[in-house]
Design a protein around this ligand. Sequence first.
Ligand code: BGP
Length: 475
Amino acid sequence: MALRKDFLWGGATAANQCEGGYKEGGRGLANVDVAPHGEDRFPVLAGKMKMFECDEKHYYPAHEAIDMYHNYKEDIKLFAEMGFKCYRLSIAWTRIFPTGEETTPNEEGLKFYEDLFDECLKYGIEPLVTICHFDVPMYLVEKYGAWRDRKLVDLYVKYCEAIFTRYKDKVKYWLTFNEINMILHLPFIGAGLYIEEGKNEEQIKYQAAHHQLVASALVTKLAREINPEFKIGCMLAAGNTYANTCNPLDVWKSMEKDRENYFFIDVQSRGEYPSYAIKELERNGINIVMEEDDKSILKDNTVDFISFSYYSSRLTSADPKVESQTEGNVFATLKNQYLDASEWGWQIDPLGLRITMNSLYDRYQKPLFIVENGLGAVDTPNESGYVSDDYRIDYLRAHIKAMIDAVELDGVDLLGYTPWGCIDLVSASTGEMKKRYGFIYVDKDNAGNGTLKRSKKKSFDWYKKVIESNGKNLA
Ligand code: BGP
């Protein structure tokens, strides 16, 4: 079995990391707008440092980002030139409902995405829409404490109703929440949660997660009512956790770590809280407040497909003395002696992608969609501005090979592949521009200087051939 004929090759971005125009078109302020670049970014994202408005001292990279708000036609044209069949993007909630509480949606926001989708469709590019990619209206953060309050469920459903109705003939594939498990690691960016000192952080996070899970199921139901052709997916920050040794204690620990993540998808795909999670929550004294219908809402409205991001596998040990930590997409992991790492310490493990795909497919038996993958690296343009990014090509080639193995050799059903940051954009974890993923270079630096000019990298022509040959030509 080869890749499907209609395999969705493409690329992925998120509104807060590429759009900019944060005050234009009637858009309201979101949590992503108050996340600064620099050393305060991490504590803000983690919900440990309160920053509810912008100040003069910090630089906020989301405000302008790469200004796709004004350049999307030019950018989509380049995607089309690469042969994209699919473009994953997110809608900024605050463009549609600036505070989250308006009764009618903001027409200018709706029109902006309508034009953008039309531009994609003009080239035969299928939009894949993330409904919520790390954004929450700041108004809701201040008034309700964001997703910790059940009120957010209704407001999110209202937002979805507006976009499902408006785009019902333009968009087929939807993802309800980006990396839904991020809430455990970076709660402010994952769910707008600022955790006041002395508060029970785990209780707040799991209650908020429950609200997101119920919201996700409710809009899955709504989506099917509005257009039965819609396909709804969940989205996991994936990457299997390996055990540091064959000591059963390490193996057990790695299983626990994986379950921390599977928990979310178990609910979204199988429709109920898994027994291991019920026990674990009980043991930790976490009491999730549920409404009467919640269980049936979750059970009756599971997702159609499983999407995920994959940058790396993870490694864990039960032995507290083992301390070789490295970075890894916000998920703390040990250094794996068998793997190389990126300049940011993210370990490179193409076979880990095949392993992860098999684990997810075994567990859920639903089609998968790889909606993020890629190498964040420093690019140095030559005198004429050209970037020869062979390191990026090497990374992608190895991962695409592993992905094709999972399909051809293991029989995994895979809908598509949209590598992350197909055009250079702002890094979510660090707020840098320097950490680039794109096939298209954007002239802008960490401090916000640059012409924003776009130019094709070497990987642009390479990926074009990969798509043209449906993955056969990886040379
Ligand atoms: C994921 C996010 C993306 C993206 C990516 C790369 O966690 O869904 O928004 O940014 O990681 O991470 P970074 O930008 O930190 O390199």
